[in-house]
Design a protein around this ligand. Structure first.
Ligand SMILES: Cc1cc2nc3c(=O)[nH]c(=O)nc-3n(C[C@H](O)[C@H](O)[C@H](O)COP(=O)(O)OP(=O)(O)OC[C@H]3O[C@@H](n4cnc5c(N)ncnc54)[C@H](O)[C@@H]3O)c2cc1C
Length: 338
């Protein structure tokens, strides 16, 4: 396939907020050689580079005056089978949920709890996606990247990726020059259900299949989250904050029903949704941006919103949570300015 190059390209179909913005240039490649060719061309063009996946975690704050890169590498390969495990390599442009389904259909287990997360496999390794008791870093063995600065290919073992809650080394400003080419996942050929997360813990393990978990997860997700095709959004806009134990204790004394979850030693995770709700934001709107009435972690485009409107709403939510609880909410969504 040849490199696809578009000028003044509408990104509406490439961001789940459905924001009507343009990129000066949009370049889609399928192979590593095509990516190198694209980078070569881009070195002669004005403006920065941004690599996107399906745009499900991006907030474009205006038109993008630079080059947007996208991978159309949707390869799926079984690299090795060893004992009860299998190593599967996915091209970075493969749709995440199609990949999960393909794995399950082949009898490769471990990703079923992550069914239905929008996006692509390349971004799964950047974002460290997680849901229903599983984080993808637990299944990643290695990530293959191209270093834009040196032009060299490099392989990061999972323990070199600095994985944390929705975090990885690839999100750090000094590591933004790595483009994920492919991700290798170590999966199991023996199904072992993960039912630790509350809504799934009701399921009986007897006779349970991975497809049952997938069906339950998909049903739970559609009951809680708005479909971006209907109401533009990027999933949870904010991360759950992690605070020192002393702060958590002070909050519990003032708000006895505040939900608190264990985190690393000496820290406690709080529910951003609960705090936003307590500040009275559920269902409120600012311009064409709103706080989703069924899940206050989600900001939505009510139709024709601009990125700046969504960002102003996000700042207003952050300020009011800070004023009431003294806790700073960090956005999970990547705001893009150029
Ligand atoms: C309705 C909804 C529900 C969601 N639920 C969840 C959930 O349950 N759990 C969860 O973790 N997330 C969830 N999300 C967030 C989102 O699905 C994930 O963050 C996902 O990984 C984004 O994938 P993407 O391909 O759209 O990435 P994008 O949003 O396009 O990009 C995300 C980041 O990855 C970078 N990137 C993308 N591709 C590459 C590449 N090949 N090389 C280098 N960098 C790259 C981008 O520059 C950007 O920084 C949800 C989103 C929506 C809309």
């Amino acid at each position: 396939m040849a490199l696809r190059i578009e000028n003044n390209y509408p990104l509406k179909a490439h961001n789940s907020f459905g924001l009507d913005v343009l990129a000066d240039r949009f370049v889609e490649y399928s192979t590593e050689d095509e990516l190198r060719e694209a980078l070569n061309l881009a070195s002669g063009w004005d403006g920065p580079l941004l690599h996107i996946g399906a745009g499900c975690n991006l907030l474009f704050c205006g038109d993008y005056h630079g080059t947007v890169l996208h991978s159309a590498n949707r390869s799926f390969e079984v690299l090795e089978k060893a004992g009860d495990t299998v190593l599967v390599r996915a091209g970075s442009g493969l749709d995440w949920d199609s990949f999960v389904l393909q794995c399950l259909e082949n009898g490769f287990f471990g990703l079923e709890n992550l069914s239905g997360i929008p996006g692509e496999t390349g971004s799964s390794a950047v974002q460290n996606i997680g849901a229903y008791g599983v984080e993808v870093c637990e299944r990643i063995e290695r990530v293959e990247v191209l270093d834009v600065e040196s032009g060299q290919k490099r392989v990061f073992a999972a323990d070199e990726c600095a994985y944390g809650y929705r975090d990885s080394i690839f999100k750090r400003p000094d590591h933004k020059h790595f483009i994920v080419l492919a991700v290798c996942y170590r999966l199991s050929t023996v199904f072992e259900p993960v039912l630790t997360y509350a809504p799934l813990s009701r399921m009986s393990p007897d006779g349970l299949t991975a497809m049952d978990i997938r069906a339950e997860v998909l049903s739970l997700r559609s009951s809680k989250l708005p479909d971006p095709a209907v109401l533009g959004n990027a999933g949870s806009f904010f991360m759950n904050p992690v605070v020192p134990l002393s702060k958590a204790r002070a909050l519990a004394a003032e708000y006895p029903d505040i939900p608190q979850y264990p985190a690393t030693d000496g820290f406690v995770k709080l529910s951003a949704a609960w705090m936003i709700d307590r500040c009275g934001w559920k269902g409120r709107t600012m311009g064409q941006a709103g706080v989703y009435e069924r899940q206050p972690l989600v900001l939505v485009n009510l139709g024709g919103a601009t990125g700046e409107e969504v960002l102003s709403l996000a700042h207003a939510v952050i300020d009011s949570v800070y004023d009431k609880f003294g806790v700073y909410l960090r956005p999970e969504v990547n705001a893009i300015h150029s």
